[in-house]
Design a protein around this ligand. Structure first.
Ligand code: ADP
Ligand code: MG
Length: 729
């Protein structure tokens, strides 16, 4: 772009006003789920037998009977057509972080020269998309490139525009997972089984345990014209260069500030659409950084919540454009200000209540709480490196360990009350818990004040914080598919609960009373989980040293963090819970390393281009202007006077030369580093080379580009600056 263009797009962006959204005449409670084929619509559109079957499938995980599939498909089609729908698609989540879809029309020949709308059970249940270009990590070699999508009836079908969207899993011919949904569903099954068995110690009526997820999506909005003028943002979703704006977030005036009207209209628009799609949007606010915002629905069952987050992310991008914005989901679009995360609020609940509710009314409630909290922490401790791997990506790497977001070490904040509670359980005399001759037992624990649940004492620096009735996994990236973190956490908790159950059962078999057996095992685990509990400042330098001593994973290199997936303890955990096999894990890691490399490669290429053909030419022109001026000064003034006049300009000319030659030399070195890395055959080693040699050069060069931005004539600078990107609404 030319610098003239920059100034004109800034002008355009400044002038753009809100796009007003007309609120529906109905109330949100009335239009909620309008475009979802939920039970209410099933009841209306399906024959009784098919309706009952679907309820059994959704509520109890019963297998889907092919014989009813035709009736279900017909009902769906009727409902969709009533909304003007013409197409359907299997909607799936390949290992690309996004979703995929291929639309087909309902139309078929009617055999009489005309067309009819047709949709069968077969098409609903299974399809074979030509999906050979999705990452498979070698699971689906090209000679056997078949991949299948299969309907996931536990996540309801919905309508988006003119298309009936059918949530599906994506698997290889061999049955191996090619997506996030298959292992997620397996992990949810594993945690249901494991947690139900443990929950029955406390309440024999428990039939099912559900994993809940409430995500909080952070994002940035940038004016569309300015975005288009930044090739780095268009190509990579973030700015690769740009000097700090004089004002950024230092005044703390954006967080929870009043929402600008242009943004408010966008939020309104997206909330209406999300509610119509059955996403229970609830919270919206300004975030810490300028032009950063957050949106959060009420928590839902994890599989559904993941689908809703995927849908929400694509909706946000789409609706933003209508309002003249681009929605940035990248974890770190701007250097020097906060990045975006996606807190994953996680809990387990039974058909009888939330299992992680802070200590309850009866001693048994208390013991149940302590059991589930401690076993969750055991899972987090045993797999702290793996959990970090589950949230790691080339983009989230910018966030972790930078002093603004969870540190690159997984630990858990419990707060004073819960920590004390665990101490009491651990150190009290065991006999005092058990009252002779009674079926019940005594467990006098201080009750946690009600206030705690809405308490602000939540230690924002902790990557895995207990917040009253749930754990908040805060390290998840804004752009990520939550499934990656959720399948890992749920599977790990399932493993911990399985081990807990078998140890308790062994004690019971040896003659111990149930309560005593539970307390014994819990106490053992309270001692064991100590290293993962950290209530202090997660950003501090001391914590890093302390964490090393505690044996926590402190690796910061993303490609090496991925190794955690292939450690023996991870493989054992995933295989024992039937979530992923060793082969699947190996294949998925190939994809992770490859994706990492590609992301850095693309960034480095566009960065090199920007340096060499956007920045350097402009800078050279500006420098020539100064040189020209120095010559002219010499023409009219005597030498000593001319020298005095041109002194400052000569300093600038020299500065520019220094920065310029540094940039040119290092861009060459960066290209060379890429060439060397590209020759490496192993995906892991290649990713490490990109991490160790290419990425640091970009940071290094950027410093000089950003310096030049402060030297060169503002009118000549070719790229929109931070103050323009971040402060225009
Ligand atoms: P915060 O104050 O942490 O920013 P928000 O109100 O933005 O909180 O979001 C909290 C999220 O946690 C919401 O999605 C909310 O529904 C969810 N949540 C609340 N209780 C639970 C729970 N027991 N399990 C899972 N998620 C929960
Ligand atoms: Mg929030």
């Amino acid at each position: 772009m030319s610098s003239k263009l920059r100034l004109s797009v800034v002008d355009e962006a400044f002038k753009r006003g809100p796009v007003y959204v007309k609120a529906p005449s109905e109330r949100p409670s009335e239009y909620f789920g309008k475009f979802v084929f939920n039970k209410k619509k099933m009841y209306e559109y399906l024959p009784t037998e098919a309706y009952n079957k679907m309820c059994d499938v959704i509520d109890n995980g019963a297998p889907l009977d092919r014989s009813v599939a035709d009736a279900v498909a017909e009902g769906m089609k009727q409902w969709a057509i009533s909304l003007g729908v013409t197409h359907y698609t299997h909607w799936f989540q390949p290992l690309t972080e996004g979703t995929a879809e291929k639309h087909d029309g309902f139309v078929e020949h009617d055999g009489k020269g005309g067309m009819i709308e047709k949709f069968t059970g077969k098409l609903l249940i299974q399809q074979e998309p030509d999906a050979s270009s999705f990452p498979s990590g070698g699971i689906r070699s090209t000679f056997e490139a078949r991949g299948y999508t299969a309907w996931d009836p536990t996540s309801p079908v919905f309508v988006l525009g003119d298309t009936l969207m059918i949530p599906t899993v994506f698997i290889a011919y061999t049955g191996e997972a090619l997506d996030y949904k298959v292992p997620l569903k397996k992990a949810l099954l594993a945690v249901d089984k494991a947690a139900t068995a443990v929950a029955r110690y406390f309440n024999p009526e428990v039939r099912k345990v559900v994993s809940n997820l409430g995500w909080e999506q952070e994002y940035f909005l940038v004016d569309e014209a300015l975005y288009a003028a930044r090739p780095d943002m268009v190509m990579t979703g973030r700015t690769l260069m740009g000097h700090d704006s004089a004002k950024n977030q230092q005044m703390d005036d954006h967080y929870f500030g009043s929402i600008p009207s242009r943004v408010e209209e966008f939020m309104k628009d997206i909330e209406i659409q999300a509610l119509e799609l059955g996403i229970p949007c609830k919270t919206r606010h300004n975030e810490v950084a300028p032009n950063q915002f957050e949106l959060a629905p009420i928590f839902e069952e994890t599989n559904l919540a993941v689908d809703h987050n995927m849908l929400m992310m694509s909706l946000m991008k789409r609706v933003a454009r209508k309002h003249g914005f681009r929605c940035l989901l990248h974890e770190k679009p701007f250097k020097g200000i906060n990045g975006s995360g996606k807190h994953n609020n996680w809990s387990l609940s039974t058909d009888t209540g939330i299992l992680l509710h802070a200590p309850g009314k009866t001693p048994m409630d208390n013991l149940r709480f302590v059991t589930f909290a401690v076993e969750t922490l055991k899972a987090v401790l045993d797999h702290n490196g793996l959990l970090k791997a589950s949230i790691m990506s080339a983009s989230n790497a910018h966030r972790l360990g930078a002093n603004e977001a969870p540190p690159a070490i997984i630990s858990s904040f419990l707060g004073k009350n819960v920590t004390e509670l665990l101490d009491i359980v651990e150190s009290a005399d065991l006999d005092s818990f058990l009252v002779e001759g009674k079926t019940s037992f005594k467990l006098d624990l201080p009750s946690i004040p009600e206030l705690f649940i809405d308490n602000t004492d939540r230690n924002r620096t902790s990557p895995f914080a207990f917040t009253g009735n749930r754990f908040e996994f805060r390290a998840v990236g804004s752009e990520a598919n939550c499934a990656s973190a959720m399948l890992t956490l749920n599977a790990a908790v399932a493993e911990a609960l399985n081990s807990f159950k078998s140890r308790v059962d062994a004690l019971i078999a040896a003659g111990e009373k149930k309560e005593a057996a539970i307390i014994k095992v819990v106490r053992e685990d309270i001692g064991y989980i100590k290293p993962i509990i950290f209530n202090g400042n997660g950003y501090g330098e001391e914590w890093k040293q302390e964490a090393v001593k505690r044996g926590l994973d402190c690796e910061t290199s993303a490609p090496k963090i991925f190794d955690n997936y292939l450690s023996e303890s991870s493989i054992r955990m995933f295989e024992s819970t039937h979530v992923l096999s060793r082969h699947e894990l190996e294949a998925r890691n190939e994809i992770k390393w490859e994706t990492y490399t590609k992301k850095i490669q693309i960034e480095s290429r566009i960065f090199g281009d920007l340096c060499l053909n956007h920045i350097i030419p402009v800078v050279t022109r500006y420098q020539s202007m100064l040189i020209d001026n120095v010559h002219k000064v010499k023409d009219i003034f005597p030498a000593d006077k001319a020298d005095a006049i041109s002194k400052e300009n000569i300093i600038i000319i020299e500065k520019i030369s220094k920065h310029e030659s540094y940039i040119i030399e290092k861009v060459d070195a960066m290209i060379e580093a890429r060439k060397v890395a590209n020759r490496i055959a192993s995906e892991r080693e290649k990713a490490i080379a990109y991490h160790d040699t290419v990425a640091p050069l970009m940071e290094d060069i950027r410093y000089h580009v950003d310096k030049l931005e402060t030297i060169v004539d503002d009118e000549a600078w070719p790229l929109p600056k931070y103050r323009e990107l971040l402060f225009i609404r």
